[in-house]
Ligand binder design. Structure first.
Ligand SMILES: *Cc1c(COP(=O)(O)O)cnc(C)c1O
Length: 434
């Protein structure tokens, strides 16, 4: 694609040529390759607050923010200082450290349903561990998930997954034997009747329902009140557990996560992204008697050489510290509201139909004229138009997620100036794709 002609990406292109020869597709996570929108990715060289810099010296307002973790923006001083402290003391011990207890306690204070918390290294580890615990606790094999929700890349969770898997149109990954996915029941999101029917058919076999309470991974999709009510009631009525995958929404939509906003008490919760402040991390936790299934207390095995490593814990503690002291969620919500209203206005002015879904500081501009409440709705989007919009935005100095089916994020470092900058770029970009 030649849409990014206006941008000079020589060094990035040279790096990508080397990368393609040694790393599959040149990237260590597929969506970074820009396949959904065409063109070459920029190679990041640095970041500062709301801004990200590439190897060619271009700078962009960053709306990816490492795919969610950087709610404080790049290199927040509190995080930098916390990491520097770890570097001066030692950064891997394989013995328990006080920081891990501090972080687990901070998580529990914020998310009281997580009575016991286990730290892991990624969101994927958190979800696969939570599912194992749910199966161990209930003694049942089956799992309910929803189309378009992404819960990491474990075999049985890559069934009609969203995120990168959907972007590539191969929701069922190769390399997953059919038997491995056979215990996964996939239902449409926001469909309480489908959930009831699944439980009516196989309720005594279902260990858990796992859900993104606000979806980020087919783009942002909000749950209807009826769906939330069904999530609250149906699994419990059949002795199954409710797992909230808050890897994206945890500490993002509010300090207590989606469960605080929706007033739901899940049995298990998965976290990641923000709780590492940009370092690799994940966590899962829930009711005491459920989590006491986990080894070494109980029979469900789960371990990690670098789990709870001091750098990740320090990044997370510093981030949660700033969030708990400043409680920026109202401000983030207002920034999101102003940005999305401005985007809608500019799209409308040039006759580009869009539906913008938003919760707090996460949002998606869907290139469709329909409301988007599930995967089928999201698939009505004009992804070719989105691709052209993406490139025009990048030329205008704004880095959007390179797929129609992803959430964009704001941080506390995105001020009025950055929002004006995004809107100015969007005015040009919408006009160009109209
Ligand atoms: C990002 C994400 C994951 C996977 O986390 P990784 O750290 O990438 O393994 C799982 N669930 C949700 C909802 C996510 O957004």
């Amino acid at each position: 694609m030649s849409a990014d002609n206006a941008l000079i990406l020589n060094r990035s292109q040279a790096a990508m040529a080397r990368a393609r020869d040694v790393i599959p597709g040149g990237v260590n996570s597929p969506v970074r390759a820009l396949r959904a929108v065409g063109g070459d990715p920029f190679f990041a060289a640095g970041g500062d607050g709301a801004w990200i810099y590439d190897e060619d010296g271009n700078r962009y307002v960053d709306l990816i923010l490492s795919w969610g973790p950087l709610i404080l923006g790049h290199r927040h001083p509190a995080v930098v200082q916390s990491l520097a402290g770890v570097l001066s003391r030692g950064f891997a011990f394989g013995a328990p450290t006080v920081g891990e207890v501090d972080l687990a306690e901070a998580v529990r204070r914020a998310v009281p349903s997580m009575e016991r918390v286990r730290l892991v290294n990624s969101g994927t580890e958190a979800t696969m561990s939570a599912v194992r615990v749910a199966r161990g606790f209930t003694g049942r094999p089956k799992l309910v998930k929803f189309e378009g929700c992404y819960h990491g890349h474990a075999d049985y969770l890559l069934v009609k997954a969203g995120s990168g898997a959907m972007t590539f149109g191969t929701p069922d990954s190769a390399g997953v034997p059919a038997e491995f996915a056979a215990h996964t029941i996939t239902l449409p999101y926001n469909d309480p009747e489908a959930l009831r029917a699944a439980f009516a058919a196989a309720g005594d076999q279902i260990a858990a329902v796992i859900v993104e309470p606000y979806v980020g991974n087919m783009g942002v999709v909000l749950p209807t009140p009826a769906f939330v009510e069904a999530l609250r009631q149906v699994p419990r009525a059949h002795g199954a557990l409710l797992i909230f995958d808050e890897v994206m929404t945890g500490f993002r939509v509010s300090y207590g996560g989606a469960q605080e906003l929706l007033d739901v008490v899940p049995d298990l919760t998965c976290l990641g992204k923000v709780i590492g402040g940009g370092l690799p991390v994940g966590a899962y936790g829930g009711r005491r008697e459920i989590m006491d299934q986990v080894s070494p207390v109980g029979p469900v095995y789960q371990a990690g050489t670098l789990s709870g490593n001091p750098l990740s814990v320090a990044g997370g503690m510093a981030t949660l510290g700033v969030l708990s002291q400043t409680r920026p969620y109202e401000r983030l919500d207002q920034a999101g509201a102003r940005l999305c209203a401005g985007l809608a206005e500019r799209a409308k002015a040039v006759g580009v139909p869009v539906t913008i879904n938003r919760i707090g500081s996460m949002f998606t501009v869907f290139f469709t004229d329909r409301p988007v409440g599930n995967l089928a709705d999201a698939k009505t989007c004009d992804t070719e138009k989105f691709g052209r919009f993406f490139h025009r935005m990048r030329e205008g100095g704004v880095s959007l997620p390179p797929s129609q089916f992803e959430a964009a994020f704001l941080s506390i470092a995105h001020g009025e100036d950055e929002i004006d900058r995004i809107l100015a770029a969007a005015e040009v970009a919408f006009a160009a794709v109209a």
